[in-house]
Design a protein around this ligand. Structure first.
Ligand code: PHE
Ligand code: FE
Length: 319
């Protein structure tokens, strides 16, 4: 089913190495638009917090949590670090959604809901537009700390939820949900998904102390938290809405380009104050920009060597 256009959006908003779940579990359900057995009509399920094992809590959540928080103080953007504090996600292990939802609701009106895996685009956007973040409820195995086949609760909760405590980012994600429904109707999800990818998943931000990471795909990955800021390979370019929507991306490896926003307010303002309909019409005529290209109009933070990608990336290294 990879190759089926109806799955494009799912591929695009998913996390690196995402093929497995589509084949293994939910592609049929997603294509038939029917929630799997046991899920509610909006595809949510109970988190089943009491059922996590000691090993899952200790060997996986706490290990990953401590490894990431040791790395993030000078790397993650302030809104992320503030959110992490506010939610107190450490405690004794995998957080109980009911507990974090009290604080999240109080701060920005968002909640986290558990889903069995990927959900159809309409369902995903409907949750976001209503300030519900659908999160995977399962956690990776202790031998999969570094490579994730599909987004698990660590990626979804540690990676995404702290940013949702920020009022500006919270508004951006809800607006994105509305924008997603509109893009679907207009047949331009493909372009809009790139905005999600280069901001929500892999965004960088300027700060007084230099570049910082805020994208969930970076902050939840030990290796990419280093690569995204320190490696000479990738391009780091100023965020421009139309430019980003013309740029394809990697779903299976570190990014070849990262886009830097001056701050969250700018991101919210340009996206909510722009009517995407004429933009989509223009994009239908425009060519994609090759993934590693630098345009004359780009603001260049780093002109990447692309050495990592040229050496074959993850596979090149393993071989
Ligand atoms: N302004 C966008 C539109 O006209 C909607 C949107 C807002 C999309 C914020 C993404 C983020 O479709
Ligand atoms: Fe994600």
């Amino acid at each position: 089913m990879p190759g089926d256009r109806r799955l494009d959006g799912l591929f695009e908003r998913n996390f690196p190495g995402n093929g497995a779940i589509l084949v293994g579990m939910s592609a049929d359900a997603i294509l038939s638009q029917t929630p799997p057995p046991g899920a509610r009509p909006d595809w949510t399920i109970d988190q089943g917090w009491a059922r996590y094992t000691d090993a899952e809590n200790r060997a996986v959540w706490i290990t990953l949590y401590e490894r990431q928080t040791a790395l993030l103080p000078d790397r993650a953007a302030d809104p992320f670090l503030r959110g992490l504090d506010a939610l107190d996600l450490h405690r004794t292990g995998i957080p109980d959604f009911a507990r974090i939802n009290e604080e999240l609701m109080r701060l920005t009106g968002w909640t986290v809901v558990a889903v069995p895996g990927l959900v159809p685009d309409e369902v995903f956007f409907d949750h976001l537009a209503n300030r519900r973040f659908p999160a995977g409820q399962f956690i990776r195995k202790p031998d999969e700390l570094d490579y994730l086949q599909e987004p698990d609760i660590f990626h979804d909760v540690f990676g995404h939820v702290p940013m949702l405590t920020d009022p500006v980012f919270a508004d951006y994600m809800a607006a994105y949900g509305e924008g997603g429904r509109r893009a679907l109707g207009m047949g331009h999800l493909h372009n809009l998904a790139r905005l999600y990818w280069y901001t929500v998943e892999f965004g960088l931000m300027e700060s007084a102390g230099g570049l910082r990471i805020y994208g969930a795909g970076i902050v939840s990955s030990h290796a990419e938290s280093l690569f995204a800021l320190d490696d000479p390979s990738p391009n780091r370019l100023g965020f421009d809405l139309e430019r980003v929507m013309r740029t394809p991306y990697r779903i299976d490896d570190f990014q070849q380009a990262y886009f830097v926003v001056p701050g969250l307010q700018t991101l919210l303002d340009v996206t909510t104050q722009t009517d995407f309909a004429p933009l989509y019409a223009r994009l239908a005529q425009a060519k994609d920009i090759p993934i590693a290209a630098i345009e004359p109009t780009d603001r260049v933070f780093t002109r990447g060597t692309q050495a990592y990608a040229r050496a074959g990336g993850r596979t090149g290294k393993a071989a």
